[in-house]
Design a binder for this molecule. Structure first.
Ligand code: NAD
Length: 422
């Protein structure tokens, strides 16, 4: 397949396309659909001047919002604040969102956005101003029927509240449905903050059942202790597993007897890092991945498990909380070694699933109880896991390929049904 995709060409985009190509070939996907799915339908690139708190300092900031596919309904996807953000990264993440929504049966196409900044270098006032300016730059392409942002790496419910407020100020009335992952007081959903981690742990429990691996006492290692990582660790612990190591951008901590997670939470609340937590050994992020354990949950950033370290991992099961943590070489090595990988597009789909619940609640102004949200999430995740596993068995492929086949088939069928305009 020959396509000039220079605009998006980065390692992460190449990974997303290589995964699609592999799946499309296996499925015998019609060439024109295959071609279309390799690139986003719309890609918005913005740059704007940003005044720091120190009045005379003005910086140029780059931002993106990419909508991969508008066939399935409005587009949906997170907003990332990170120095690594570029058009290729955001496009890859938007593609993964398309497959994820289709696997879960949600009425959305994939999108993603971001600013190329390090949010830790910004004051709260600066974060608010930059978020409002970015929102105003993309205001024409977002909206509850158009494209609905959510939190991702480096963003949180406060950032979503500022996006919602900026959009609503422009419209002249409150529009809670324009974002998800927002605070409860302005129309957020109970259970949204924990949703991605809850989905990760639901997949962990299901995969353990399939492998005949008892969850009780299973040794779990989690890379990343942000929204996804910390909730996954807490819920894995609540399910009976023993969390032996966690990390953040600074480094990790390891206790083979099991970490006292409430104490780690208190330490992080005070010190803003897991580093230095008393009573545990320090471990680098690279070494953390190769610790002996039953379940490894990468829940930080992409590009962590590759051809160099895949042979050294000492886990039985990988549940991908982060997007794009494993490359194709690693997938092959892990399959050969009999390590089961539950792919990102299934394992971390709990976030967008409860975002869907939040969007529905925002549109209807009718709110669900936390038990209702959690029960529906677990039901949908369990069903998706079972379906993907069945496809994997039927076609003799790994779970990533099976999940991709399910996602891409649904989108291809929708595209065939809608036809081509004009
Ligand atoms: P977050 O900003 O809340 O947390 C990220 C964590 O990773 C932090 O502990 C941070 O210190 C750590 N980290 C950052 N850079 C790192 C590095 N280079 N090495 C090791 N650790 C590093 O972000 P999050 O929302 O938890 O997202 C984490 C991952 O999960 C991302 O890949 C994101 O795309 C994915 N994801 C998030 C959601 C969601 O609902 N938030 C949903 C689906 C997928």
């Amino acid at each position: 397949m020959e396509t000039r995709t220079l605009e998006w060409d980065t390692p992460m985009y190449r990974l997303a396309v290589a995964q699609l190509d592999q799946t499309a070939q296996l499925m015998g996907l019609q060439e024109n659909l295959w071609h279309r799915l390799r690139t986003p339908q719309r890609a918005h690139v913005v740059s704007f001047p940003f005044r720091r708190d120190s009045y005379d300092v003005v910086q140029t900031v780059f931002g993106y919002r990419v909508q991969h596919l508008t066939t399935m309904g409005p587009t949906k996807g997170g907003i990332r604040y990170d120095l690594g953000v570029d058009l290729g990264e955001v496009t890859a993440l938007a593609m993964w969102m398309s497959w994820k929504c289709a696997i879960m049966g949600l009425p959305f196409g994939g999108a993603k956005g971001g600013l190329r900044i390090d949010p830790r270098q910004f004051s709260p006032a600066e974060l608010q101003r930059i978020t409002r300016r970015y929102t105003s730059e993309i205001i024409d392409v977002i909206g509850p029927d158009r494209d609905i942002p959510a939190p991702d790496l480096g963003t949180d419910e406060q950032i979503m509240a500022w996006i919602m407020d900026t959009y609503s100020q422009t419209k002249g009335y409150a529009v809670p449905g324009v974002v998800t992952g927002k605070p409860l007081e302005i129309g957020g959903s109970l259970g949204r903050k924990e949703a991605t981690g809850r989905g990760v742990v639901t997949c962990m429990v299901e995969a353990c059942r399939d492998l005949g691996l008892p969850v009780e006492g299973a040794r779990v290692v989690v890379q990343g202790f942000g929204n996804v990582g910390s909730v996954s660790a807490r819920l894995a612990h609540a399910a009976g597993a023993r969390v032996v190591a966690v990390s953040d951008v600074a480094s990790g901590i390891h206790d083979p007897a099991g970490l006292d997670l409430p104490a780690v939470d208190r330490w992080v609340a005070e010190h803003r890092t897991v580093q230095g937590f008393p009573g545990a050994e320090g471990v680098s992020n690279a070494d953390l991945l190769t610790l002996p354990c039953d379940v490894l949950i990468p829940a930080a950033i992409q590009g962590q498990i590759d051809g160099d370290n895949a042979a050294k991992l000492r886990c039985k099961l990988i549940i991908e909380g982060a997007n794009g943590p494993t490359d194709l070489d690693a997938d092959r090595i892990l399959a050969e070694r009999g390590i089961l990988v539950v792919p990102d597009i299934l394992a971390n789909a709990g976030g967008v699933t409860v975002s869907y619940f939040e969007w529905v609640q925002s549109l209807q102004h009718f709110f669900w109880s936390e038990d209702e949200v959690n029960a529906r999430l677990v039901q949908l995740m369990t069903r998706a896991f079972t379906d993907v596993l069945a496809t994997a068995r039927q076609r003799g492929v790994d779970l990533r390929t099976a999940a991709m086949i399910r996602g891409v088939s649904r989108i291809a069928e929708a595209k065939r049904r809608r036809g081509i305009f004009p």
